[in-house]
Design a protein around this ligand. Structure first.
Ligand code: ADP
Ligand code: MG
Length: 756
């Protein structure tokens, strides 16, 4: 059966269907399709005739589209699509029931309205049949549905003629995650066909028999059949219970096995030395460490001194001072004779780290040329920058310094990962702002050390994946939950242009006030250019679906700069654009100008999202803020309020109040607690990509498990996994579980789980 699971789909369902499934769902194997589970189920028993719709109740009905029209709203942005449907399938003779005319047009029909209903507009074409489910509302005395869920149906959903009608009425209709071109019912048919070709009785079961018996799970064969073709609601619920637990068990076993493997790895211990650079650094520190910084420092110091690799995540609110914590760990390693690498997500951030770390180190830092001089005055560390855009000669020198060991701290971007970069003795890797780096990249860097190096990953807002990992509990986590003294609060306002179009001008007047007070302003846009030349990329943690909105012109860096140059409120203000497509020298120059307060207003993309530290900036204006994800917004606003001056963040949106995407903005405006926000983020992502498939391209999304909802299941599975792996570390006696781990998580994914 295992081999059968890996078969290409076409061998089971035919070339044509297999091609359609691959094109629309990206699934190519039997196993993949078998594990493509319905998102939910609708019950035919609930079907309500249009003529008997109860007000204010949830209904499900099957109806045919008579007409559809889309219009722009007058007062606000956006469209309304009105779909008139009828469930009377006679050719004519639409009935007037109870003398009531529901739509004012055709008796016996119903008007369904979709707010920005792009999917409805494209799918609910005249003549199509669909299953609708939603709450009945009344508008001007007429009953209707607003934004109901719907699913297109084939011509005759009741054509399963062999079944007895009573049973059929009770059968739930599975609703698969579908696309316009491949509706749910077609997926259902293909899967039903597939199920008939398989010998489900020989399906491997990753859940050990004893565990399955204890929890009274359905046998795996029944579970597959009933999750796809349930006869009752109880069927799919039991099937889901087993698969949900199975998913948790596979994940937890992968984690448990990795933990066991890690504990067996050997690293070089980097013990603190007295009278070293770290001691000198601590003596000259211009501020006192916060209690949290000191405590985390102690933990890191102890772990670096062990001969098993440290694997730690440092979570800390934006501005909580993670860099100095990391720097102290790096100095301990340098004191012990090793090297440390600091991996930053962007060139801007790498350059800034390089400058600020050298500044912080003062005389303790030497660069290649002055090294001898500084060294003669006492111990010092050479800090080296290595990025892809450096001139060749400088880059070669940096590479040489890393390889020879003369560079103690190497700061860089992805360039550090390239094959021709090597280290003399890499002892510690620090990854800053974790969510921009994938597993493979961290692994590439790990591979540059002779023995497994110590690893410190730093993240501000924990992204959902990290939250998930925290809930899964495989990470060693440290948290900085207090900000250094003297931090002023950041106030965040939601600026809704839909309801207050006049506010657009006030934003720039507000910017002028800040600048007149001697402060600086960031303006962030979701795009680089005005013309749609394909450079738009929604923020990487933007929730799924943000790209699907049509017809909105988004703020772009070049467009906004043009506009601001003619904006009277900002007359004479030195401003500059900054984005990733610029020449690196231009970028560096612009950042330097902004840091030196020559440039007062910076219009940029999210290149400034992480780490940028300009204390004099007090206002952050985020245009089309709805295009960004929660953690991005939180990161962005963390750029202001850094120098003891209160910060203000304006989240500007053209979306109407009540639009689902505005909930994210409201959440960000409501709290500055990054941990609360990441929980919120996770809740708002329905198909949360919890294992980070976007970074490794794998099929890694959790299927039935939701980390917030199913903590208890996860905890149970974790205990079971711990017991299984504890007694059988290689899973030699649990082949089917071991196989499931391999199949479910591709190798990178497993490595990721381990390292967080
Ligand atoms: P983040 O955690 O967001 O990376 P940084 O490490 O960039 O924060 O620190 C933000 C600023 O706070 C820096 O300018 C840093 O020098 C300063 N800082 C760090 N620790 C302290 C402290 N204990 N007291 C005062 N300022 C500090
Ligand atoms: Mg930082």
């Amino acid at each position: 059966m295992n081999a059968e699971l890996q078969l290409p789909l076409e061998r089971r369902i035919g070339k044509r269907s297999a091609a359609v499934i691959e094109k629309h769902l990206g699934i190519t194997t039997v196993e993949g399709l078998l594990n493509y589970f319905p998102r939910r189920y609708m019950s035919r028993g609930e079907l309500t005739p249009i003529t008997e719709l109860p007000l204010d109740e949830d209904v499900t009905l099957i109806a045919r589209v008579l007409s559809s029209s889309t219009r722009h709203m007058q007062a606000r942005r956006g469209t309304i699509t009105d779909v008139i449907v009828s469930d009377d399938d006679g050719q004519q003779g639409l009935r007037l029931v109870g003398g009531r005319d529901f739509t004012g047009k055709v008796p016996g029909t119903l008007k369904i309205s979709f707010f920005n209903g792009f999917k409805a507009k494209s799918e609910l074409l005249q003549g199509r049949r669909a299953l609708f489910s939603g709450r009945v509302t009344s508008f001007k005395g007429k009953l209707g549905l607003t934004n109901p869920d719907f699913q297109l149906l084939d011509e005759d959903p009741f054509s399963d003629s062999g079944k007895d009608p009573g049973k059929l009425a009770a059968m739930p209709i599975p609703v698969y995650p579908a696309t316009a071109k491949l509706p749910s019912w077609k997926i259902q048919k293909v899967i039903a066909t597939l199920l008939e070709t398989l010998d489900l009785g020989s399906m491997p079961d990753p859940v050990p028999a004893a565990v399955a018996a204890r929890q009274d799970f359905l046998p795996v064969a029944d579970a597959y059949r009933l999750i796809h073709v349930p006869e009752t609601a109880a069927d799919w619920k039991r099937a889901q219970d087993r698969f949900r637990y199975q998913e948790a068990l596979v994940l937890q076993s992968a984690l448990a096995r990795r933990r066991a493997q890690l504990a067996a790895e050997e690293a070089t211990a980097r013990r603190p030395v007295s009278g070293g650079i770290l001691a000198a650094f601590d003596q000259n520190l211009p501020f006192t460490l916060t209690a949290g910084q000191a405590a985390v420092g102690t933990t890191l110091a102890a772990e670096l001194a062990q001969d098993t690799p440290m694997n730690r995540l440092l979570q800390g609110e934006v501005g909580s001072g993670k860099t100095v914590v990391a720097l102290r760990a790096m100095l301990q390693v340098v004191d012990a004779g090793g090297q440390a690498a600091l991996l930053a997500p962007t060139e801007v951030l790498a350059a800034q780290h390089y400058d600020s770390i050298r500044r912080t180190l003062g005389p303790l830092s030497s660069d290649g040329l002055l090294g001898g001089l500084a060294a003669s005055e006492g111990a010092s560390v050479q800090v080296t920058l290595l990025t892809g855009s450096m001139p060749t000669a400088a880059r070669k020198q940096a590479m040489l310094d890393a390889a020879s060991g003369s560079a103690g701290i190497v700061i860089g971007t992805h360039a550090l990962l390239s094959d021709n970069v090597s280290f003399y003795d890499l002892g510690l890797i620090v990854v800053d702002e974790q969510h921009r780096f994938g597993v493979e990249q961290r692994d590439a860097l790990r591979g540059k050390a002779r023995k497994p190096p110590h690893l410190l990953v730093m993240t501000a807002t924990p992204i959902p994946r990290t939250v998930a990992m925290t809930v899964f509990g495989d990470l060693e986590t440290s948290t900085l939950d207090e900000l250094p003294k003297g931090r002023a609060p950041i106030t965040t306002h939601l600026v809704g242009l839909a309801e207050n179009p006049g506010w657009a001008g006030r934003i720039w007047a507000r910017a002028r006030e800040e600048i007149d007070a001697g402060h600086q302003v960031y303006v962030v846009c979701p795009k680089i250019r005005t013309d749609d030349d394909g450079d738009f990329s929604p923020g990487e943690d933007a929730p799924p679906g943000v790209e699907s909105e049509e017809g909105r012109e988004l703020a772009s860096v070049t467009g906004v700069v043009d506009h601001l140059l003619g904006e009277p409120a900002l007359a004479g203000v030195p401003l500059a654009p900054l984005h990733g497509r610029q020449d690196p020298e231009l970028k560096t120059g612009t950042m330097a100008g902004f840091t030196a307060n020559r440039i007062k207003l910076l219009v940029s993309t999210t290149v400034i999202e992480v780490g940028v530290d300009v204390h004099n900036a007090t206002l952050m204006v985020i245009l089309d803020a709805d295009r960004f994800g929660i953690s991005q917004l939180h990161q962005l606003r963390g750029r202001v309020g850094r120098g003891g001056l209160p910060g203000t963040c304006l989240l500007v949106t053209a979306l109407e109040p009540g639009h689902p995407s505005r909930r994210r903005l409201e959440a960000v405006a409501a709290t500055t607690d990054g941990f609360l926000l990441s929980q919120e983020d996770l809740k708002l992502r329905r198909e949360g990509d919890i294992l980070g498939a976007s970074q490794s391209g794998g099929r890694s999304t959790l299927k039935l498990l939701r980390v917030l909802e199913h903590e208890d299941i996860i905890a149970r599975a974790r205990d079971d996994a711990q017991a299984i792996v504890g007694g059988d570390p290689l899973l030699a006696g649990h082949r089917e579980l071991a196989d499931a781990i391999e199949q479910y998580l591709n190798p990178e994914k497993e490595a990721f789980l381990e390292r967080g």
